[in-house]
Design a protein around this ligand. Structure first.
Ligand code: ADP
Length: 261
């Protein structure tokens, strides 16, 4: 783990080093009067590789939305890059990769065009050549150069996710947030996908994974945050395996190799 963004040498990377990328303090949230997230406090620091795990309906996606300012806490404080999360508006610093990257299925555009979208926040006169070179570099980093002119609709699930990671790299994101990114990705590509995340993290990108596959989490992430409305565990992946948090949060059906349900 490194604390500088060397994968994106041109990245702004401006948050001060002692300011966490994400800071939650005593956060409570419910869509109704029933709490979905309760008294959650955590920091995600620059360069970390952290995974949020928990059974279905345990509040993982809600927590992610609170972190990113898409929801506001009922109580407590959520900060993103040093600002109240709901006020943060520099989307280029966050690369979000959704499950299936499903929006892309409808778009009749090429991989290179998808990646180029990552440059939109940086658009300016005279930058065109530089922008295309950043796009090509991002494609190369994720191993998608050969697919640059292919339509996104023609890609496999794993290739599509790589294209969306390349878009995040092109936007020079400091933080990569992935919501169950390998759902629907063929088994052969899953390993290579996690290797790519490992490599990006080694080059300084902060990775926050929402993940159902506990095997992948414990193998790749350095830190596990186990949630079931409240935090059951927050610490090194190696300690999570040994802890009783797994059984307490997931129930007795949990197993590390086959997922949680
Ligand atoms: P997870 O991502 O762990 O599956 P979620 O954060 O999606 O969990 O959901 C946590 C709880 O909040 C669930 O009971 C779910 O039904 C409820 N929930 C999620 N989104 C909404 C919403 N938009 N409106 C009302 N309830 C919701």
């Amino acid at each position: 783990m490194r604390t500088q963004n060397t994968a994106n040498p041109t990245s702004a990377g401006t948050a001060s080093s002692d300011e966490p990328i994400i800071g939650l303090s005593g956060v409570d949230f419910g869509y109704t009067s029933t709490p979905v997230v309760e008294d959650v406090s955590l920091r995600i620091n620059h360069g970390e590789y952290a995974a949020v795990v928990g059974p279905n309906g345990s509040g993982k996606s809600t927590l992610m939305k609170l972190m990113l300012g898409l929801l506001r806490p009922d109580d407590g404080i959520a900060r993103l890059f040093g600002e109240p999360s709901h006020q943060f508006d520099d989307g280029s610093r966050i690369g979000y990769v959704a499950q299936h990257a499903s929006a892309s299925k409808e778009m009749p555009i090429t991989v290179r065009e998808v990646v180029k979208m990552g440059r939109f926040p940086h658009v300016g006169f005279g930058r065109l050549c530089e922008d295309w070179s950043i796009v090509d570099q991002a494609l190369n980093t994720v191993g998608m150069t050969a697919f640059a002119d292919r339509r996104v609709t023609q890609l496999s699930g794993g290739q599509r996710q790589r294209a969306f990671i390349a878009r995040a790299l092109a936007s020079e994101a400091d933080l990569l947030v992935l919501d169950e990114p390998t759902v629907g990705v063929d088994m052969e590509s899953v390993g290579a996908f996690y290797d790519l995340l490992d490599s990006l993290n080694s080059n300084g990108i902060t990775v926050l994974l929402i993940e159902h596959d506990l095997g992948a989490v414990t193998e790749h992430a350095e830190r596990v945050i186990c949630l079931n409305r409240e935090i059951y565990f927050d610490g090194p992946a190696s300690e999570f395996i040994e802890s009783d948090a797994l059984a307490r949060a997931f129930g007795t059906t949990a197993n590390l190799l086959g997922g949680s349900q």
